[in-house]
Write a protein of this length. Structure first.
Length: 217
């Protein structure tokens, strides 16, 4: 057939060639990714282009010493942290956290890596500065007695950059200012868990929760 009959030089029509190649303009536009944002209130993390729902983990309070002894109903001097392994595992070394709640101050969130604390000595809970001579009479343990802790506790706070999500009232992105090394971490609202080295007065019924996760190797 003559070349002027609507076929290309190689004997294939332009229409067929375009169909085989596809519409490059439309495929390119389709590759533009829209930001991942949740549709429901809650707490999330973006991990390698996946939006993962964050579930809170109970914060465990371990009483070290208590006026009147271990069986007393008095408030005790405590440390807090997490037990066992986290249920959330993140691959990205720079995860993006999303907070979506009304009437919450996103500046109150903290991010910290965690270190395991096995034991402490009784005097390290001496919040009131009780003298060694009177220590046993007040707490019914010796000054250097070993107290079992066995918790993952905050070690170093990592700074977060906080960005409001345009057009989404109450939604914020929380972005670490540096990459996270493999290990265990917590994202928490201030007061839910105490920073490194902190002891505090705790009641029996204290209940708090925070987000407990690990960054994979």
């Amino acid at each position: 057939m003559a070349a002027g009959g609507g076929w290309g030089k190689a004997g294939v029509s332009n229409t067929i060639i375009e169909a085989m190649m596809g519409d490059k303009s439309s495929s390119t536009a389709g590759e533009v990714k829209t930001p991942l944002i949740p549709s429901a209130y809650g707490y999330y993390v973006i991990d390698e282009d996946q939006l993962i729902d964050l579930k809170p983990t109970p914060v465990i309070t371990k009483i070290g010493i208590r006026p009147g002894g271990p069986r007393s109903e008095n408030a005790g001097i405590a440390m807090d942290g997490f037990e066992g392994e986290p249920s959330i595992s993140i691959k990205s070394k720079l995860p993006i956290f999303i907070v979506y709640q009304q009437n919450i101050d996103a500046r109150g969130f903290r991010l910290s890596d965690l270190v395991y604390v096995g034991t402490k000595q009784a005097h390290q809970f001496n919040y009131f500065g009780t003298g060694q001579t009177f220590f046993r009479g007040v707490y019914f343990v010796d000054y250097y007695d070993t107290i079992q802790i066995n918790l993952w506790r905050p070690r170093k706070e990592i700074r977060l950059r906080i960005e409001p999500v345009e057009g989404k009232l109450g939604m914020f992105r929380l972005i670490p200012e540096s990459s996270l090394a493999p290990g265990k971490y917590t994202l928490y609202f201030k007061g839910a868990i105490h920073p490194d080295g902190t002891i505090f007065v705790a009641e029996h019924e204290r209940q708090e929760s925070a987000f407990y996760f690990k960054i994979e190797q």
